[in-house]
Design a protein around this ligand. Sequence first.
Ligand SMILES: Cc1cc2nc3c(=O)[nH]c(=O)nc-3n(C[C@H](O)[C@H](O)[C@H](O)COP(=O)(O)O)c2cc1C
Ligand SMILES: Nc1ncnc2c1ncn2[C@@H]1O[C@H](COP(=O)(O)OP(=O)(O)OP(=O)(O)O)[C@@H](O)[C@H]1O
Length: 310
Amino acid sequence: MKIIRHVENLPKRVCGSVITIGNFDGLHLGHQNILDEVSNYSEVFKLKSILVTFQPYPEEFFSKDKEKVFKINNLRDKYTLIAQKGIEEFVCLQFNQKFANMSAYDFIENILVKKLKAKIIIIGDDFKFGYRREGCFQLLKKLESRYHYKTYAQDSYLINNERVSSTAIRKQLIDGDLSQASSFLGRNFFITGTVVHGNKLGRTIGFPTANIATKNTNYPLRGVFIVMVELLNNTKLYGVANIGNRPTIDGKKIVLEVHILNFGSDIYGKRLRVRFLKKLRNEMKFETMNDLKQQINIDMNQAKNYIKNK
Ligand SMILES: Cc1cc2nc3c(=O)[nH]c(=O)nc-3n(C[C@H](O)[C@H](O)[C@H](O)COP(=O)(O)O)c2cc1C
Ligand SMILES: Nc1ncnc2c1ncn2[C@@H]1O[C@H](COP(=O)(O)OP(=O)(O)OP(=O)(O)O)[C@@H](O)[C@H]1O
């Protein structure tokens, strides 16, 4: 699956397909449900499956403080999750002022019909698009016969009567409700990043930590967690992680760092994925490094018990 970034001169293979559109941040169970439907139609009608998304997200584009908008997944992870669902083509359009001013009607006519030559369009029942979010399923339906495509709306995917959405998951993560967020996502929330050099104080108290750098450092979670660490060669290891500014050492920035259990290899520069399994506690300020060390020992024992009982 290649990323296609422009609708000009689209490769022929992309035209005349089954299309779905949206942000798909987190690729949660509602999204997964839509993508299954896209794949079904694609198989039955022998048409390619295409996902059209935007970068930045419209919400991000309109926000005054772009840094503050947090995304559940970065583009790379979103791409991987979508590819794993079997979608064949990934169209990622630059959301700019021109796009923001485009009416829903123009989006249908110019992008979906003229450029993509859509045959089947599948969206969620509440999906809105175009200038002032004036486009919706009913508009797509109304223009079906004029533009010779078929459109289908997927019913809302609910959990305990609540519609699964990226907005709901972001709120759950910010509120520290990891287990609810995981149940909406259909997997544990994860962050992927690269191991960078820290202050190297961890090893002096017996807990070397991998400091993880990510592009989007606006982490939704705070505190100490049991995690699963996946190195991208598919090795899976357990660990304990902290996300916070480390008040004990007067840290300023919010960082994510992981102590991997029973592990001693050099992984500087390696990419790894941290899956958040369970929250243990909030970050605290300790009087001495020794007090912090004792607490991390307790955290590790809790993690070991959790793993044993899995
Ligand atoms: C499991 C775990 C729990 C932690 N809990 C706290 C905490 O409650 N308060 C705090 O100030 N720092 C906490 N830290 C961060 C440590 O202060 C930090 O790992 C240490 O200072 C080493 O930093 P360095 O890797 O940059 O050298 C925690 C780290 C880990 C791995
Ligand atoms: N729970 C759901 N049930 C059915 N369809 C959904 C669900 N959530 C999203 N969709 C559909 O998936 C596509 C992509 O959704 P998008 O990411 O834009 O929405 P979202 O998850 O509701 O995010 P947000 O909370 O930012 O509105 C859209 O067609 C949308 O209607």
